[in-house]
Design a protein. Structure first.
Length: 474
């Protein structure tokens, strides 16, 4: 080989070497990885290199109680496994964030729960964070206990957020109590009561009623102890003063305190029955009277045969005249004059509705409003009847239930005459008094006492019935 050929060969080899070296130094790229934060997890590989256009596989792995959040730096994505295409040197960061546990707080009763971070990681619900929970009762309530993932009855408790947790704070309030209406009112006693609706998270250990003469009764006044728990109850007030206004409230006690129901006032009956003088009817018959509340009533059934204007009231003796009458008339019970005293006469409703007037001047035929006022003063219809009836069985059939006549009304069982055929019945068992109030074209209102019960009942009946009459002062 001549020198010229050798020189050419060496030149070609040198050029190839230079080109090859240049290519190798410019096509390899470096990949580095890291984690943020550092204790959140790790990435493999930590570093690697590859030629241009090649890919490097990277993998993120989170530590306990952390989750992979995504890639940042020279690569983005949310999958833990990634393929990075190398077109230059790159740095890729794996982003981690701590697991956060849900804390559910429920409140039973009236109050609130305050959260305070005792030891914090990144956020208040991050795994490992320590929270202090403090119960804050509402006014007139008190904290009772924690339940769920917290226990105890201390106002404050600490919990570690190492898993999802649920906590209930239970508060107890004053009992819910209602005062019942007062009835069976006598001269020295009355019946009250109430209803304990709820202990509001705390057991009711005592309930009853309290009363006084000044108002707003409390446990420092006269009180009863009628039991514990919830529900309705009845209570008696004894040793009361006659003709005195009293105020009463139901109460209930639990661990929170004492709660009272609404205040109710009532007046005991007068121990001395008073009157408003002797009443004289159109026939000259005289009657005792009695004051009951603000009303003055006849103390006997009327037995007049004359209207106020002097017109005679027809005597309906026969059954046919009685059944067919449409204008008014009177009768003896059983057509026997001996029954006029003490029972009075019987009249159909047309008589009491006659514009001539059955009651003497200064007196009137009572309507339903007047009868209701009487009943209300005597404690309501359920109790009034017994307080109106003549006591014992001299006139009334046994058992003459609940009869005390403490009102002085002195009701006697005068019986009645039936509109259908004119027959008489129930003398000694029952009495019916007409009301001026009309029910409809055929029927009118009436009020009733019976030997079987202590109620004062009011119903309606055919206007042609023969019932008793009491007058009330105007």
């Amino acid at each position: 080989m001549n020198n010229k050929s050798l020189y050419l060969l060496l030149s070609i080899v040198a050029l190839f070497t230079i080109v090859n070296c240049t290519t190798d130094s410019t096509s390899l790229y470096q990949l580095t990885t890291s984690s943020e934060p550092g204790d959140g997890g790790q990435v493999t590989p930590v570093s690697a290199e590859a030629a241009e256009g090649e890919t490097i596989s990277i993998q993120a792995e989170e530590n306990d109680y952390w989750i992979f959040h995504g890639w940042s730096g020279d690569y983005s994505g949310t999958e833990k496994h990634a393929e990075v295409i190398m077109d230059g040197d790159k740095h890729v960061i794996a982003q981690f964030r701590p697991i956060e546990h849900i804390l559910s707080i429920q409140v039973d009763g009236e109050g609130d729960v305050h959260k305070e971070i005792v030891q914090q990681k990144v956020s208040e619900h991050e795994h490992g964070t320590v929270l202090k929970l403090t119960a804050i009762p509402a006014s007139d309530w008190q904290f009772s206990e924690w339940s769920g993932d917290a226990e105890g009855d201390a106002l404050s408790v600490e919990i570690v957020m190492n898993e999802p947790k649920s906590v209930t704070a239970t508060f107890a309030g004053l009992p819910l109590i209602e005062t019942a209406a007062v009835n069976s009112i006598g001269q020295d006693s009355a019946q009250g009561g109430g209803e304990v609706i709820s202990g509001q998270g705390s057991e009711v250990f005592q309930f009853g009623i309290c009363w006084n003469e000044e108002g707003n009764p409390t446990k420092s006044d006269e009180c009863t102890n009628d039991g514990s728990g919830t529900g309705s109850f009845i209570s008696m007030m004894a040793d009361l003063n006659p003709d005195t206004e009293y105020f009463v409230r139901a109460y209930a006690e639990n661990s929170v305190g004492t709660a009272f129901g609404d205040e109710i006032n009532f007046r005991t009956l007068d121990n001395a029955i008073s009157d408003c003088g002797v009443m004289t009817d159109q026939d000259g018959n005289e009657y005792d009277t009695v004051v009951i509340g603000s009303q003055c009533w006849m103390r006997e059934n009327i037995r007049t045969t004359t209207y106020r204007n002097g017109t005679q009231i027809p005597h309906l003796e026969s059954n046919s005249s009685f059944v067919n009458d449409q204008s008014g008339g009177w009768m003896y019970y059983g057509n026997d004059p001996d029954n006029a005293d003490p029972y009075g006469l019987l009249y159909n409703w047309h008589t009491v509705n006659n514009s001539n007037g059955i009651c003497p001047a200064g007196w009137k035929m009572p309507d339903d409003e007047d009868w209701h006022e009487l009943a209300d003063h005597l404690g309501g219809q359920f109790e009034a009847g017994g307080k109106m009836k003549h006591e014992g069985t001299e006139f009334w059939q046994s058992p003459n239930e609940g009869a005390t006549n403490e009102s002085g009304f002195t009701s006697l069982p005068a019986g009645y005459r039936d509109f259908f055929d004119g027959t008489y019945g129930l003398l000694g068992s029952i009495t019916y008094w007409w009301s001026k109030s009309e029910h409809d074209n055929i029927n009118a209102r009436y009020w009733e006492n019976s030997y079987q019960h202590f109620m004062l009942s009011n119903l309606e009946a055919r206007k042609n019935n023969g019932f008793s009459v009491r007058c009330v002062s105007e």
